[in-house]
Design a protein around this ligand. Structure first.
Ligand SMILES: Cc1cc2nc3c(=O)[nH]c(=O)nc-3n(C[C@H](O)[C@H](O)[C@H](O)COP(=O)(O)OP(=O)(O)OC[C@H]3O[C@@H](n4cnc5c(N)ncnc54)[C@H](O)[C@@H]3O)c2cc1C
Length: 268
């Protein structure tokens, strides 16, 4: 429960209001974490927020988080400069079940900042720790310049085939325009042989799940990452209770089959 002090080594603005922090532990060994887990980041004097791990370098030991400014704490994190410190508690939660993808087609579907917790999945495939028969990444964003990790998306082509769609773009945008479920629906999904990892705004996840189920992907092969306000991150305070489960310790990644009744209640 005690935060460890980390120092910001690199700070990169992804686009205005969204930034990536690469951090190293001031003391002790770097933590190991699974793709899809999260940490509680503590901006001293402001508070603590849950943020997914968007990278954990095996060689450089750097811990990476990608954050969109929403309110008090994320705004305080945005003001931090390279060399400054913050507190880190974690890692917490259940991540993506990469082992289940080994003999399947892996479909990764991300919307906006939802790509952040899926980046470690792509890195696992790139460095051979994770394996899938074939991987497709469907990424939707508002505008081309509001895509995360733009400087590295091209390199991901070694491990995944990337389909991108944006809501608004100029005529020089080579990808799709419209919601990401458009190209997803048009693709040939081999339903029974597919496992899907989905993260993004809840509305986008609802529509993606509908397309997946219609394409024959079993509910037991669809996994999604959920967000709710949380405080302790260890299942004690009850802030993130969702039906009979806690997002912090039973999630944030859930199998759709297990949460279907609660996911269908909007606003729960
Ligand atoms: C498991 C988990 C992983 C997360 N990973 C990331 C991540 O990788 N990157 C990232 O940018 N954010 C992530 N979030 C969301 C992040 O925790 C919130 O944006 C943050 O807690 C807002 O705190 P604040 O003090 O800045 O804003 P507040 O002052 O608490 O809130 C400001 C406004 O934002 C709204 N808000 C608060 N929390 C959320 C939320 N979870 N989703 C949407 N709106 C919210 C509030 O209702 C309010 O209107 C994650 C959340 C969870 C639960």
């Amino acid at each position: 429960m005690i935060p460890r002090v980390y120092r910001i080594e690199h700070r990169r603005e992804e686009y205005p209001g969204t930034f990536t922090l690469e951090m190293s532990a001031d003391r002790g060994r770097p933590v190991t974490c699974d793709p899809g887990q999260f940490n509680m980041l503590y901006a001293f004097g402001a508070g603590e927020v849950p943020i997914s791990i968007s990278g954990a370098g095996r060689r450089d030991g750097l811990l990476v988080h990608t954050i969109r400014t929403q309110g008090l704490v994320t705004a305080a994190l945005e003001r931090l400069k390279e060399g400054e410190q913050l507190g880190v508690r974690g890692p917490f939660g259940q991540g993506w079940p990469l082992d289940l993808a080994r003999d399947s087609d892996l479909l990764i579907i991300a919307g906006g900042v939802g790509l952040a917790p899926l980046r470690p999945v792509v890195y696992s495939l790139l460095d051979g720790r994770g394996r899938a028969r074939r991987t497709q990444l469907y990424y939707g964003a508002r505008r081309p310049e509001e895509r995360l990790f733009r400087h590295e998306l091209n390199q991901w082509g070694r491990a995944v085939s990337l389909v991108q769609s944006v809501d608004h773009a100029d005529s020089d945008w080579p990808g799709h325009i419209g919601v990401i479920t458009g190209p997803l629906q048009a693709s040939r999904i081999n339903g029974p042989e597919t496992i899907a990892f989905v993260c993004g705004p809840e509305l986008m996840m609802r529509f993606s799940i509908r397309v997946l189920l219609e394409s024959g992907v079993p509910a037991s092969a669809i996994f999604l990452s959920m967000e709710r306000n949380m405080k302790c991150a260890t299942g004690l305070c009850g802030h993130c209770q969702w039906g009979p489960r806690f997002i912090c310790k039973d999630g944030p990644v859930f199998c759709y089959k297990d949460i279907q009744p609660w996911f269908q209640i909007r606003g729960l």
